[in-house]
Design a protein around this ligand. Structure first.
Ligand code: SOE
Length: 375
């Protein structure tokens, strides 16, 4: 059976997922056969060019005509476009893979989670960092009890593309369109990854203290006429957040993200300490994992590129490293396999809703200036 995939969005994420779909038959021959069927967007000319480049057969300017015509719908649009098309697709029984964070608000995310619960179709949220081989390797270590009782979870995601006050305004700077800034865009990844690594039970957040900060209050609007005063728009989301987290299990967490961390391009790190061992992961060295277990007196750097490491046998011989784009191939492989088999897929809309509860609590805590519970 060939799965016809419809994709909304053709920029950064559209490219990442289209590349993954193209790689699947070459490297994952057991993946379902996929047809890049329809690319959805608003600007007809740009859409036609993108469809050509990314290998789609058809284009459409309205998602309504697509969601129930395809075998899987990828929602890769801006955050404020996640809810309606995803809910419509799920109501029509079409599987959905939606980019993160699930929605700008907790209410929107709740509606999406409920639509997924009421539908027989698979609903996945595209937290791609779960699909880094070293992260899977780390999770296996934690699951096998190699770290003992988990006590500390620490994560930070640093970028610097907004450090320049003249960097143009975009939907990512608007609360209504994005929900939050560095918090939802980057922090959502870390919060999901931490939960994935320590497991749902240990990773159940009890309460937290969150802090958000906007350093640049307004930004120039791109495409001005170049004459007279530069038009600007208000920035209504955070440039950075920090959070102290208490888990039900007694573990403690410390999280941070910024889009104004000068010199850091895509610096995502997670560290975990347990009673018996520790581990450290950095996206900048994504083929490696730093592991300390047993009687070792220091961290050992494990190169996670062996044939028996997660996903690696599909690619190159040991030591022939993988990159960021491979995470999307693995994610698409798992998602489409679940669509075909009807098996569960994680991260699901349920998982993404749990992340959204944390994002919401960070914002509530910041507004109140005090610790808040998740419920
Ligand atoms: C933001 O710059 C961004 O593109 C995020 O939206 C992605 O989720 C992250 O993986 C890379 O950075």
């Amino acid at each position: 059976m060939t799965l016809n995939v419809g994709v909304l969005g053709y920029r950064f994420m559209g490219k990442a997922h289209a590349n993954a779909l193209a790689r699947l038959p070459m490297f994952f021959p057991d993946a379902p056969e996929v047809n890049r069927h329809t690319l959805v967007g608003r600007d007809e000319e740009a859409l036609a060019g993108a469809a050509d480049r990314l290998g789609f057969e058809h284009t459409a300017t309205d998602w309504e005509s697509v969601v129930d015509e395809v075998d899987a719908f990828y929602n890769l649009g801006p955050n404020h476009v996640h809810e309606e098309p995803s809910v419509d697709a799920l109501d029509a029984g079409t599987p959905v893979l939606c980019e993160k964070p699930l929605a700008p608000t907790l209410d929107g995310a709740e509606r999406m989670r409920d639509a997924a619960a009421a539908s027989d179709a698979v609903a996945g949220c595209a937290f791609n960092y779960r699909f880094v081989p070293a992260i899977r390797y780390a999770r296996n270590l934690v699951e096998a009890g190699e770290l003992g009782e988990i006590r500390h979870v620490r994560g930070r995601y640093l970028q610097d593309w907004l450090v320049d006050a003249d960097a143009p305004w975009s939907w990512r700077n608007d609360e209504e369109l994005a929900g939050s800034g560095a918090l939802g865009d980057l922090g959502a990844h870390t919060i999901d990854l931490a939960r994935f690594l320590v497991g749902d039970e240990v990773g159940e957040v009890d309460r937290l203290s969150g802090h958000c900060r906007t350093f640049v209050d307004e930004r120039p609007v791109e495409g001005g006429d170049g004459e007279g005063e530069t038009e600007t728009r208000e920035v209504t989301v955070d440039d950075a957040y920090t959070a102290q987290v208490e888990y039900d299990s007694g573990a403690m967490g410390s999280f941070e993200a910024s889009r104004t961390a000068t010199g850091h391009k895509n610096d995502h790190t997670v560290e975990i300490h347990g009673s018996e061992g520790s581990l450290k992961f950095s996206l900048e060295r994504l083929n490696e994992l730093e592991v300390l277990t047993g009687d070792a007196r220091g961290y050992e750097t494990v190169l996670v590129t062996d044939a028996d490491d997660p996903y690696v046998e599909h690619w190159w011989p040991p030591g022939h490293v993988l990159g960021w784009e491979h995470t999307f191939v693995h994610e698409n492989y798992e998602f489409l396999s679940a669509v075909e088999s009807g098996d569960e897929f994680h991260p699901s809309f349920d998982d993404a809703y749990e992340v959204q509860r944390v994002l919401d609590a960070v914002q509530r805590s910041d507004e109140k200036g005090e610790w808040v519970g998740l419920d």
